[in-house]
Design a protein around this ligand. Structure first.
Ligand SMILES: Cc1cc2nc3c(=O)[nH]c(=O)nc-3n(C[C@H](O)[C@H](O)[C@H](O)COP(=O)(O)OP(=O)(O)OC[C@H]3O[C@@H](n4cnc5c(N)ncnc54)[C@H](O)[C@@H]3O)c2cc1C
Length: 489
């Protein structure tokens, strides 16, 4: 290691993913510095939806309660034919592992501002208004050059610098292309006082003449998205008169002010490498998804949660650098599932061939008439097994409330071992986890914990700091060699 490095971790990009990671690291006492080329947040929303797991991460950084006041619970989404018959209903699950609502709508600038402030409150330092231009991994640290001629050093660097990531380009990392690329016009409206939202729930109007999405947002906002079709001029379609004419079938022209109308190209892309030496990628720098399931930012925040506790252990020399290799291995299958599902829905929605659309509608209406056509939350898949996930585990753990306090708040950033009885928390395995600072809890002393065990069909559950189940079984055992190597005391 160089004699001195300026920071344990430098994060490039202070968007929602970089600010979440900064807050999670600062919370753990890691010396984290964030650099962003812009001085302020992106003023207009891109993301409008997040799920219960994201609220659980926001809970960890201490801002979930206040943000929940500014969200609305998502009642669901219907996929409609051009003449507005329901093809498919998606309704969020009632019960969730975290106890937070399955699915929520929010205002991205409010979230980003609070996350940035929170990261700084917790101790993150920042350089804003200056772009990063170059990175050099010197083997024992990384040197980061900025556009103003200054530079900083860090033990590790995380590129959270968005879809056009400078970090990814500096490393020469390619993106795997899932062959989905569609331009859409995104229109954000501010409804006039007293005007009801054009739809009470999200709609995907699968009209081959103009696929259209409607998304409720916290009042007074509402979003429309219109797919561009052959012959559309991306510049002309953003002009106020054109936008108003497109809204005409849905609302009166004077019912709302247009806050923003912009064309975005929706992609399905996943980086081939998420780590090269001491540099890692997270968020849109590592993956991009069409927004049909509202999961792009959610996936990036899951990256941050996966990475934070591992980086903490590695920069404190508690765990070997190899712990960071589990990041890509664990996150890629998750992201492939989500992006694959979003691309699948995208192909369904973006059909512009009338004959293909007619067949799709006939098939889906028949399935619905036969009792199908209903789906629940598109849940994030469990982590696949690996050194830190026993075969059959990797699901998100349950979070009961104990005496008015959510379980994660009791456990903090530690591992937790939850057992059916205190007798199961004796012996070599329990001592092994105790030596790693784990919270050892039993369901006799704290009956609310039974739900953690029941959901895993086990008498003992080991929960990781990112709230995924590492192991579930009938006894607390010392983990196998691979986990022992990554988690020395
Ligand atoms: C229309 C639309 C709808 C969407 N809807 C949803 C949704 O409902 N739910 C959801 O979860 N996701 C949604 N998304 C995706 C979501 O917006 C993104 O996944 C998310 O904003 C990515 O966050 P990020 O922090 O990775 O990157 P960004 O938000 O892009 O932040 C990157 C940051 O890096 C900075 N930066 C870039 N280059 C440099 C450099 N060289 N030096 C220093 N700083 C740099 C930028 O200034 C920026 O602040 C949607 C996207 C779009 C376009």
């Amino acid at each position: 290691m160089a004699d001195t490095v300026d920071h344990d971790v430098v994060i490039i990009g202070f968007g929602p993913v970089g600010s979440t990671l900064a807050a999670l690291l600062a919370l753990r006492g890691v010396a984290v510095h964030v650099i962003d080329r812009d001085t302020d947040i992106h003023p207009l929303p891109r993301a409008v939806h997040f799920d219960q797991e994201i609220m659980r991460v926001l809970q960890e950084v201490g801002i979930a309660e206040e943000l929940s006041m500014a969200t609305i619970v998502n009642p669901g989404m219907d996929f409609l034919t051009a003449d507005r018959r329901v093809l498919l209903s998606m309704r969020p699950d009632g019960a969730t592992p975290s106890g937070w609502p399955a699915s929520m709508f929010f205002h991205q600038p409010d979230l980003e501002r609070r996350l940035r402030d929170r990261a700084v409150e917790l101790g993150a330092t920042t350089t804003l208004g200056v772009a990063v231009t170059e990175l050099i991994d010197r083997g024992d640290h990384v040197a980061v050059s900025l556009a103003d001629g200054t530079s900083v050093t860090a033990s590790y660097v995380v590129g959270c610098d968005g879809a056009r990531s400078t970090v990814r380009k500096q490393l020469g990392i390619e993106m795997h292309d899932l062959q989905f690329e569609e331009p859409w016009l995104v229109v954000d409206l501010v409804l006039r006082p007293g005007v009801e939202p054009p739809a009470p729930l999200a709609l995907q109007v699968c009209d081959p003449a103009r696929p259209t999405t409607l998304v409720p947002m916290p009042a007074p906002r509402f979003r429309f998205e219109f797919m561009l079709i052959d012959g559309d001029d991306p510049e002309a379609i953003q002009q106020p008169d054109t936008v108003r004419s497109m809204l005409a079938g849905w609302m009166e022209p004077d019912d709302a002010a247009v806050e923003r109308a912009a064309v975005y190209t929706f992609h399905g892309l996943i980086a081939a490498e998420w780590r090269r030496g001491r540099v890692l990628l997270a968020g849109d720098a590592a993956h991009q998804t069409p927004p049909f399931l509202g999961q792009g930012m959610c996936a990036g925040i899951r990256d941050a949660a996966n990475l934070a506790w591992k980086l903490h252990r590695v920069v404190r020399d508690v765990s070997p650098d190899a712990l960071l290799d589990t990041y890509q291995a664990e996150r890629v299958p998750h992201v492939e599932d989500l992006v694959g599902a979003a691309v699948g829905f995208g192909r369904l929605i973006c059909t512009t061939d009338p004959a293909v659309a007619a067949q799709r509608d006939a098939d889906m209406l028949a399935a619905r008439a036969a009792g199908g056509g209903h789906v629940g939350s598109i849940a994030a898949a469990a982590l696949t097994s690996g050194p830190l996930v026993t075969v059959g585990c990797g699901q998100q753990s349950q979070q009961p409330t104990v005496d008015g306090t959510r379980l994660d708040d009791l456990v903090g950033g530690r591992f937790a071992v939850v057992a059916r009885s205190s007798a199961l928390l004796t012996g070599e395995g329990a001592d092994w986890w105790r030596a790693r600072g784990a919270a050892l809890l039993d369901a006799v002393t704290t009956p609310e914990l039974a739900s953690v065990l029941d959901a895993a069909h086990a008498d003992v559950v080991v929960v990781r700091p990112d709230r995924y189940v590492l192991h579930a079984g009938d006894a607390v055992a010392v983990p196998d060699t691979a986990a022992r190597d990554l988690l020395p005391a």
